[in-house]
Design a protein around this ligand. Structure first.
Ligand code: 13P
Length: 249
């Protein structure tokens, strides 16, 4: 039985003070014990959020990491730094980082391996563009991203990695994938993990859907057999996030 996960991706939003206010609001509203709740927040907010979520079930997540341990990488954050302040999860390969910061599948894989080296669980994002969907190459695209991102993982790591299917055309558009579209690709992702690591492991790996998830569509999406929760952008910046966590599936 896979435990549901609902992760918020705040992207480049909220100052440290605003972050604390939002966490305080959410803590009071979230009432599900059987869901892993993760807040992936900007690096500058990590320490403030770490303090605010103490003595709650909410887990701390980062939005990015560098694949080297330390050195001359101005502006970057290492896994060691994240680890020391209690980060448990880190988003890797978000489509915004792939497109604006030119992260490719090789870099994504290096980051995934580095996160695991420090005991941080990567939430690996994959997803097709509208053009790729229209050209009917969605499955091929997703399979390549999954195979490259999860290359050289141990069985144990493959079991604990989280994969988020985020169709690019659904991000921030208010137009989410239908339950069937999301299920189809999440199922493909599980199949692909099965080919790489075996069916038993694939049945344990959590696969999330992301892209315009909100308080209204979450329960139906999360009820699909291969969707184990969501990665939430816009709706994670407000009280609505608690409704998504609390969704009855
Ligand atoms: P939205 O929920 O705003 O569409 O963003 C999804 C996303 O990119 C989460 O990583």
């Amino acid at each position: 039985m896979r435990k549901r996960m609902v992760a918020g991706n705040w992207k480049m939003n909220k100052t440290p003070r605003e972050a604390v206010d939002l966490v305080n609001l959410l803590k009071d509203k979230i009432d599900k014990e059987d869901v892993d709740v993760v807040l992936c927040v900007p690096a500058i907010n990590l320490i403030a959020v770490a303090e605010s979520i103490m003595h709650t079930n909410i887990k701390l997540g980062a939005e990015n990491l560098h694949y080297e341990n330390c050195g001359a990488y101005t502006g970057e954050t290492s896994a060691t730094m994240l680890k020391e302040i209690g980060v448990k999860y880190v988003i890797v390969g978000h489509s915004e980082r792939r497109s604006y910061f030119k992260e490719n599948d090789v870099i994504v894989n290096k980051k995934v391996l580095k996160a695991f080296e420090y005991g941080i669980i990567p939430i690996v994002c994959v997803g097709e563009s509208l053009e790729e969907r229209e050209d009917d190459i969605t499955i091929e695209k997703i399979r390549i991203q999954v195979k490259k991102a999860l290359k050289n993982l141990t069985d144990k790591q493959a079991e604990s990695v989280v994969v988020a299917y985020e169709p690019i055309w659904a991000i921030g558009t208010g137009k989410h994938a239908t339950n069937e579209q999301a299920q189809e690709i999440c199922h493909e992702i599980r199949k692909c993990i099965g080919e790489m690591f075996g069916e038993k492991i694939a049945q344990k790996t959590r696969i999330l859907y992301g892209g315009s998830v909100n308080g209204k569509n979450a329960n139906e999406l999360f009820a699909m057999p291969d969707i184990d929760g969501g990665l939430v952008g816009g709706a994670s910046l407000k009280e609505e996030f608690a409704n998504i966590v609390n969704a009855d599936v």
